[in-house]
Design a protein around this ligand. Structure first.
Ligand code: DON
Length: 577
């Protein structure tokens, strides 16, 4: 027996996962992991009151719209993946849609240069989908009454809640700090939250920033939530709230009309499925490109033995980065809303296609992105964010990622309604070859069309091990979401780390263009030198590679445990019982 193991056993420190690693929070029955503690507790209370995972998701998502205005929302959209304990699966797509008046060149000036109206202000928003998505999922799987599930959000908005240190910092930074585009051009002269009178009035108090411990009340939002609680979601999309929404839009040069709201539909889609050894990955289909990326990357890595070089080694990091690079090259070319363009989906996630892509990886040398072109999938087939994970006592699971896109979205709060609008139009290809907010370069398949949904990186995922629920995970982080989710999955499935340790490890990211390997802090200087020697232009990644919130189902001494991993890159919470 190794000496360290013997010492660990003697000290009683042995667990099923690695000794000396940070341990996850464990609970026997049910669990919520969310990026804001008050909303996580709301979810836990719903589960304790007998709600199932979908009920808890409705309660958490609406509470986050109050307590986490950075990304929690009614004015944005996202995806919810459900896996019930009887094996039923559903993917609810409530991604925003381009308004009917939108078109391909709407964000270009007369010289063909992007105006950046896709990022800030009244013209940046797609038609929001969040409430329709929650309603659809609740109608199919919910057990508790809609009105009861919205009650915590109404109360939090009306009575307020104490501002945390991180909310105070976040509001200050969104109020003060100038936002720049990836090319360095200035997007907002001041902060995103101080451009518009109503945002400034609500998110600052009398022109002064909220300090930690002060109570933050949102009375207009409380009134709106109360109406949706009592009258249902139609009130938001077809009722007086929708008319008010459309009037304000028209008065400020925005594009979303009453008809756009009325016509908005959330849709249920079939999740994508793939395998990696004994693991089955159930994940997001288009208009997310993240699930497809996750499957493409695990397919490329499967069976290569790349991991033998060791977690965090230059050789393993290099190999995974090369898989990432190849997925992003395909993404730019082929991916768009499959309701509008033909996406060669089956081929892109096939093992045969992965073999072809893998063949071009040199284990010793980086392939410059300039020579990596998209692959040749077989044609002709049909066609600043937050994530939470929930498992209930019956073993039903929800992974939900939703967003306003940038932190605090477009910066526009609808007067009289009290919620922020998204800037999701920037996820479309504003101009082929021109980078979006996340530096992604995409093509025609993702061009703006009325009623179309923009490409997304959001990757809510459920993983089964030998057919049993094993992981529920996902993340915010823009283009870094699929690579962040990939690394946490690999750390569990390949390196056998516990879920907290898997999340804690330093991560890296490559997205083909720009041809840079972004490394989080934690890679040693000699590892970085080895990566440079392989030809990687290494860049420090100052803002982290996604924030993964996950639950792992463990069996310890024959008993089922839920293990919650919370990402220290943010300050969320694991709440379980
Ligand atoms: O759908 C997407 O890919 C982006 N709108 C997500 C934005 C995001 O994750 C921002 N958070 N850091």
């Amino acid at each position: 027996m190794r000496k360290s193991l013997a010492v660990a056993l003697a000290l009683g420190l042995w667990t099923d996962s690695l000794v000396w690693a940070r341990q996850p929070v464990r609970a026997a029955q049910a669990m919520v992991v969310a990026q804001e503690p008050i909303a996580a507790e709301v979810g836990l209370a719903t589960l304790k009151a007998g709600g199932n995972a979908v009920d808890a998701a409705v309660a958490v998502a609406t509470a986050l719209a109050v307590t986490y205005p950075f990304a929690g929302n009614l004015g944005g959209g996202g995806f919810m993946l459900v896996r019930m304990n009887d094996g039923r699966q559903a993917f609810f797509d409530f991604r925003e849609k381009a308004p009917a008046a939108a078109g391909p060149n709407m964000y270009l000036d007369k010289d063909g240069k992007p105006t950046r109206d896709s990022v800030v202000g009244w013209r940046a928003s797609g038609v929001p989908g969040t409430l329709r998505g929650l309603e659809l999922a609740h109608r199919k799987f919910g057990q508790q009454k809609w009105a009861d599930l919205l009650a915590p959000a109404v109360k939090l908005a009306r009575e307020g809640f104490p501002v945390s240190y991180s909310l105070s910092q976040s509001l200050k930074s969104a109020g003060r700090v100038r936002a720049n585009a990836p090319d360095g051009s200035v997007l907002t002269a001041g902060g995103i939250l101080t451009r518009e009178a109503d945002s400034k009035r609500i998110f600052l108090r009398d022109g002064r920033f909220y300090e930690p411990g002060e109570i933050f009340r949102q009375l207009e939002l409380a009134t709106l939530l109360k109406r949706v609680q009592e009258r249902g979601v139609n009130e938001f999309y077809e009722g007086e709230l929708a008319r008010h929404f459309a009037r304000e839009m028209a008065a400020h040069g925005g594009l979303i009309t009453y008809e756009d709201l009325k016509n908005y539909q959330a849709v249920e889609r079939k999740p994508l499925e793939g395998t990696f050894g004994d693991y089955t990955l159930i994940t997001a289909p288009p208009p997310s490109t993240g699930g497809l990326g996750l499957l493409q990357m695990v397919n490329i890595l499967e069976g290569t033995g790349y991991e033998k070089a060791g977690l965090g080694s230059a050789a393993a990091t290099h190999y995974v980065a090369e898989a990432m690079r190849r997925y992003y090259a395909d993404r730019g070319e082929f991916l768009g809303d499959a309701d509008f363009v033909k996406v060669p989906l089956t081929s892109l996630i096939s093992k045969a296609y992965a073999r072809e892509r893998r063949a071009s990886i040199d284990p010793a040398k980086a392939t410059p992105s300039s020579v990596i072109k998209q692959g040749r999938p077989t044609p002709g087939e049909s066609n600043e964010t937050t994530h939470f994970s929930i498992v209930d006592a019956a073993g039903n699971a929800v992974a939900l990622t939703y967003t306003l896109n940038g932190g605090y979205g477009s910066g526009v709060t609808l007067p009289g309604l009290g919620f922020l609008l998204n800037n999701e139009m920037d996820d479309f290809t504003v101009k082929p070859g021109s980078p979006n907010m996340f530096g992604l370069i995409e093509g025609e398949a993702n061009a703006i069309r009325p009623g179309k949904r923009p490409n997304s990186s959001m990757t809510p995922t459920v993983v089964l091990l030998k057919g049993q629920l094993h992981l529920v995970l996902g993340a915010p982080g823009g283009s870094r979401i699929p690579t962040g989710v990939l690394q946490v999955f690999l750390n569990v499935a390949v390196h056998k780390l516990n879920i907290q340790d898997a999340i804690d490890q330093p991560r890296f990211h490559h997205q083909w263009q720009p041809d840079k390997l972004y490394l989080e802090r934690g890679f040693s200087p000699d590892t970085i030198e080895l990566l440079r020697a392989k030809g990687h232009p290494v860049e420090p990644n100052t803002f982290g590679v996604a924030r993964v919130e996950a639950i792992q189902v463990e069996t310890i001494d024959g008993k089922r445990w839920l293990a919650g991993g919370q990402d220290g890159r943010g300050d969320g919470k694991v709440a379980g019982y």
